[in-house]
Design a protein around this ligand. Structure first.
Ligand SMILES: *Cc1c(COP(=O)(O)O)cnc(C)c1O
Length: 215
């Protein structure tokens, strides 16, 4: 068996019940996604609008596409026809724009996650945890807020990573006080996902450990 399918099988058998796998396929060729698909994987994560749309055009229609990168407002319209979940909503303006474009396209099934910024890196985007309850009250016509997404600091310090995942989980809890159905907690990547699962992750986003390094 090839590496990608072996890794997909490994995650499918080892992730605890209630934790889904998002295969982060950004920068990898469609052949690699096909191999993951043939191994049973249906949820894929991409971080660039053009790349997601191009891959969606050639992959089977039952793939569930998640957008996980910084989304520019002028790219929203492009991904709306094919995306299932936009995990990286990092401003209220973007949230409103996604909702408007979903209305325009007649799509009422798109879910969004609010990205929470807790990591030390300035380059990472997202809402501060204390902003989440107010953002959750944004009136929306078409899309629904399904939970939160976050990234821990890129560090060797397990204490810091644990603190970051705890803070993301707490933001998710605050969100559920406004929207009880918003139970998705997307956190954990190749290097830190076991800690994320320990903090209640419902979906882990794994790229490198499935597809190898991105150059
Ligand atoms: C690239 C990326 C991942 C996957 O990271 P790996 O370390 O390759 O597993 C997960 N989440 C987000 C938001 C990403 O941009």
């Amino acid at each position: 068996m090839q590496e990608v399918s072996r890794q997909i099988h490994k995650y499918h058998s080892e992730l605890p019940a209630g934790v889904k796998l998002l295969a982060v396929s950004k920068f990898h060729p469609v052949e690699a996604l096909r191999e993951a698909y043939d191994a049973g994987q249906r949820r894929f994560g991409e971080s660039r609008a053009d790349e997601l749309v191009a891959k969606a055009a050639v992959m089977p229609k039952d793939v569930e596409w998640h957008f996980i990168g910084h989304l520019q407002t002028n790219k929203v319209r492009r991904i709306i026809p094919v995306v299932s979940v936009i995990e990286s909503v990092d401003s209220e303006r973007l949230l409103r724009m996604i909702d408007e474009e979903a209305v325009r396209a007649g799509r009422t099934d798109i879910r969004v996650l609010l990205q929470v910024h807790v990591a030390a890196e300035e380059t990472k985007t997202g809402f501060l945890p204390e902003e989440i309850p107010a953002v959750a009250k944004t009136p929306l016509k078409a899309v629904s807020i399904a939970g939160v997404m976050g990234m821990a600091t890129n560090t060797d310090s397990e204490a810091r990573i644990n603190a970051d995942f705890a803070a993301i989980a707490a933001a998710g809890k605050a969100l559920r006080e406004v929207i009880p159905s918003a139970t998705e907690l997307s956190m954990g990547m190749s290097g830190d996902y076991p800690l994320a699962i320990a903090h209640g992750a419902t979906s882990v986003r794994i790229g490198t450990d499935i597809f190898g390094s991105r150059i």
